[in-house]
Design a protein around this ligand. Structure first.
Ligand SMILES: NC(=O)C1=CN([C@@H]2O[C@H](COP(=O)(O)OP(=O)(O)OC[C@H]3O[C@@H](n4cnc5c(N)ncnc54)[C@H](O)[C@@H]3O)[C@@H](O)[C@H]2O)C=CC1
Ligand SMILES: O=C(O)C(=O)Cc1ccc(O)cc1
Length: 391
């Protein structure tokens, strides 16, 4: 296994993956992988049931379309939706008896069980995997060769030949990811909590906006955008993912329902009309109805704790940045001037986002810096005539 810096970040690093690599399913994941492998010189063959998806991936430079006369692949990566992944893995194990076969489906237990049940001795060449990298858009058009850089790549290899497991570990490293070995049931329980239920929460939240008047939507800020980003995801793909991981997802949803019930019980007390019989009966005669504040603070405090446990983007302990907010006029060149002023102040921006409100001629730029740099940045921007929003 290559241990040095990945070829994605260091062009001189050794590439361990030996081609040809056949990618079956040239959507977001398949094409991103194909682009990443092609970029480091690995020969990539492409296959998809949709001629349009296939042609698009080819035209993007992801690889060549596999033909009957193409050389045999050493590695096959199945990047189809999860409900057909096991069937495609079984077909590829049969079709390419010398190749290692992996899949990238977001669910692992069911896919693995189906492959093991039907693959016979071919099962030793199957290594399940799941790159924890993606986005809310599907299809080759959304592909990105850097999608996997710095992300965990889960490998489920129970029963596989160790040499074949190494092939898949090398693949992960060659595209810039970090291999993490897990059992399939542990994988499914973990991703239910960090990916599958969060997807449903985002969708549930965004579903509340369906009939909201535009006058209310115009007030939306970054909080709503942050919490609903993944509500733009593909319903068909996610239906297959969620159904494929139904047990762990249903268990967590029940826990969320219990939290919601406790929150509603508490907060409904505060919704009672002061002076009404129920209000008096609840004991909330002069102060806020009992239970309401406690219920809110309980869920908020537990949320604070949970959020603080999410590690930084590239793994490791969470890093806390301070956000400096600056008003930016909506005219050409403003952002360029802002960045150049920040650069002159010698301050490193760790993250950046921009918020626009409907009908406003200014936006708010949010500059994340290490806490020790925040006061200096505010002063430097102030001195250069920027309007800094007090933190
Ligand atoms: N979208 C995401 O953010 C992530 C997705 N995954 C997993 O990666 C896999 C692919 O997802 P995406 O690329 O997002 O989906 P996608 O919808 O962008 O691409 C799937 C592709 O598979 C093709 N396909 C469907 N059935 C096929 C078959 N029987 N044979 C050959 N090709 C077939 C489709 O035509 C399509 O081009 C899924 O299993 C998903 O769970 C894993 C990590 C992240
Ligand atoms: O966009 C995000 O934040 C993701 O977490 C993407 C993602 C979606 C599905 C997966 O199976 C793995 C990763």
């Amino acid at each position: 296994m290559s241990t040095g810096p990945s070829p994605r970040t260091n062009p001189h690093a050794v590439v361990s993956t030996e081609g040809p690599v056949l990618i079956v399913g040239t959507g977001l994941l398949g094409t991103s992988l194909a682009l990443a492998l092609s970029a480091v010189g690995v020969e990539v063959q492409l296959e998809d049931t949709s001629p349009t998806s296939l042609a698009l991936a080819r035209d993007m430079g992801a690889g060549t379309v596999r033909e009957a006369s193409s050389p045999e692949p050493r590695l096959v990566i199945v990047a189809t939706p999860p409900d057909v992944a096991a069937a495609v893995v079984l077909r590829e194990l049969q079709a390419h008896p010398q190749a290692v076969v992996t899949d990238v489906a977001s669910v692992k237990d069911r896919v693995r069980a189906e492959v093991l049940a039907h693959a016979g001795e071919h099962a030793r060449r199957y290594v399940g995997s799941h790159p924890m990298a993606g986005r809310e858009r599907s299809g080759a058009a959304a592909a990105d060769s850097d999608l996997f850089v710095g992300r965990p790549w889960i490998i489920v290899a129970d029963g596989a030949d160790p040499a074949d497991e190494l092939v898949v570990r090398n693949l992960a490293v060659d595209v810039g990811a970090t291999p993490v070995r897990m059992g399939s049931a542990d994988h499914d329980a973990a991703v239910a909590a960090v990916s599958h239920v969060p997807q449903l929460m985002s969708s549930l939240l965004a579903a509340r906006l369906e009939d909201l008047p535009e006058s209310a939507l115009a007030l939306a800020g970054q909080g709503l955008r942050d919490t609903t980003r993944i509500a733009a995801s593909d319903p068909r793909l996610w239906a297959a993912i969620l159904v494929g991981n139904a047990g762990p997802v249903a268990g967590l949803l029940r826990e969320v329902r219990a939290d919601l019930d406790a929150l509603i019980d508490g907060i409904e007390q505060a919704a009672l009309e002061p002076g009404s019989e129920q209000y008096a009966a609840s004991g909330g005669v002069e102060t806020i109805a009992p239970g309401a504040v406690g219920a809110v603070v309980d869920v908020m405090a537990r949320g604070n704790t949970g959020r603080s446990r999410i590690p930084g983007k590239h793994g490791g302990p969470p890093r806390r940045y301070t956000e400096v907010q600056v008003l930016v006029p909506d005219v050409a060149g403003s952002l360029g001037r802002l960045f150049s002023d920040v650069g002159e102040a010698g301050i490193n921006i760790e993250d950046f986002s921009m918020e626009h409100s409907a009908g406003q001629s200014v936006g708010v730029a949010m500059l994340s810096v290490v806490p020790a740099a925040a006061a200096g940045l505010e002063e430097a921007l102030d001195a250069r005539g920027w309007r800094v929003i007090p933190g």
